[in-house]
Ligand binder design. Sequence first.
Ligand SMILES: [Zn+2]
Length: 366
Amino acid sequence: METADVQGAANDEPAEPVFGDGLFRQKRKKGKYRVVPPPIPALEAPVADTHAHVQMLADPAAELARCAVHGVGFVACVVDPSEDGDDRGYGELAGWREGATARAGAYADGVRGRMAGERETTEGGSERDEAAVSAVPACDLLGLRVPDVRFIVGVHPHNAKDYEGASGRLRELLADPRTAALGEIGLDYHYDLSPRDVQRQVFRDQIRLAKEAGLPIALHVREAHDDAFAILGEEGFPAAGTLLHCFNLDEVEVARWVEAGCFVAFGGPLTFKAADDVRRAAARVPRNRLLTETDSPYMTPEPMRGMPCGPAHTVFTAACLAEVLGCTAGAQRQQLLEQLMANARGLLDRAPTAWQLAYGKGDDTR
Ligand SMILES: [Zn+2]
């Protein structure tokens, strides 16, 4: 999770309009929007968003329908029990997927029509992207499927000060078999929204809890990589896996995390114009430890920065990652995308752990 000002938007700016049609848009001047075509040719295999705050999106069902159109096949929804009310995410998922299923066909028709050269008639006149004219949406190659959704639950370092009150609910949600990891947890010394000593203790507590539950952890680390790495060294990296979320540093920093066996997830920052460091770092991560993500509604990839991000935006990051790794469209890119999906599902689309099953049966050996 990042706060909105990271994207350069003032906090008092009115919310973006919800278009609800499966297209991607870039913000232009004077309240105008330009439709941005998805990667062309369409990605050869479905991709995964391993970090999306789906419950924070303006219209989660619409976002999942957009995923269905553009070939995002798996989404990990990140929930924080200290700030998300009792049923946020978990209680809403069935409704989101139902709504997405109802809308996906119409969205696909709309995107297909648009990509066939239909003119956009939003306020501000019509524009047409020549590149999109002969292209087809990913769903015409991969099928129209609402993504599988799993949960990542944990108390964000910003909210470490509220950990005690949330820890009971955290355990309950961890035991839900749809939960695939504990996160996002870690340290954030940029905002310092919780005292650093409290952040460190809560980080330790949650690493221990993840180990007890047999689940991987998803890390949020900002301007605190030395401390976070040291704490993990002392506590031991969980055997189930460690995912370093939103990597936006250089190849020197990424090296020790890779060496420690971590998965490294890249989102919007990989696509930012000035982010050559991040792209070089991505090239250093072994293919079997690379992941794609969004951090939606934050961290919108280029060329849509300034717009709210949804999990469907992952296709832009995945296309960029393929380019960074020198995989051309076609068989090469397909192989990479299949590996990225296998990485995501292997880590996060897991069978319930023994701890999760025992919790469901009322086993209170914990
Ligand atoms: Zn996040």
